[in-house]
Design a protein around this ligand. Sequence first.
Ligand code: CAA
Length: 289
Amino acid sequence: MSFVRILVGNVKTFANPKFIAVRQFASASSSYEFIKTAVVGEKNNVALVTLNRPKALNALCNGLMTELNQALQTFDKDDNIAAIVLTGSEKAFAAGADIKEMQNNTYSNSIRTNFLADWTNVTRIQKPIIAAVNGYALGGGCELAMMCDIIYAGDKAKFGQPEIAIGTIPGAGGTQRLTRVVGKSKAMEICLTGNMIDATEAEKSGLVSKVFPADQLVDNAVKLGEKIGTHSPLIVQLCKESVNTAYETTLQEGLKFEKRTFHATFSTKDRLEGMTAFVEKRAPNFKSE
Ligand code: CAA
């Protein structure tokens, strides 16, 4: 009898496929307060993480970020997951760090707790993360989307770094990642005015790679995850690392890293399988080896 894996909170279990559709979605969110998780896609190999704090427009409180990091790390270790889609609601991907939680924070406490340092864990995930942004992606919400590897947006999405309007500056990469993506002039304008840009402008400036009607966004992000899932997970991981290196080093260092990583693919069985399958005119059978 064939069994299909489903995810119940953080616990892997196995079930008869005929119960999958219901149980996958009904039970997956039960152990989290601020997010929902599910395993989706035709091959059950795409993780869907949904920020779920609707009354605060998914403001990124400490509890939410702890849960998000936990879920991402769990999926990252799961060999059956090829890619992760991170989304919010149609009204908000996330309206930023939680201002109410930050209101009485102090400098000394920020230093003692290394405030927001744990957000960087999102960038340590080895599997591709696709942000599917509907509605507001503001402040930390925009920064969280930029920590992901690919951003798809719904046509009503709005991006911005409005921290300046509440007496602070972006603190989770807004002045750095946004500047690398859209260039100095546009990043300055966004950060210094606090004005939002819409999905069309975000696409034009390279912040997002594609825009979809809001109700088709998550489906398209999952399809993208499925497409990535047709490739060797091992090589996908190396490729993600190499693209990310472009952000973190000089061109010469990046090119050297890329070349050595390219060379390293020749030590893998998946590289041999991929090229052999091409020559033999058949589909490759990757084993992540
Ligand atoms: N933190 C905490 N609560 C928030 C929030 C946030 N970032 N954004 C929205 N909320 C809450 C509101 O306080 C409100 O709660 P109550 O009903 O309890 O009052 C609820 O969500 C709904 O919000 P609004 O009534 O304001 O909804 P709106 O549709 O009128 O406006 C909005 C939407 C334009 C997004 C507006 O909510 C807004 O401007 N939010 C703040 C955006 C912001 O400044 N983000 C940056 C935060 S700082 C940061 O992120 C630092 C960093 O770099 C990490």
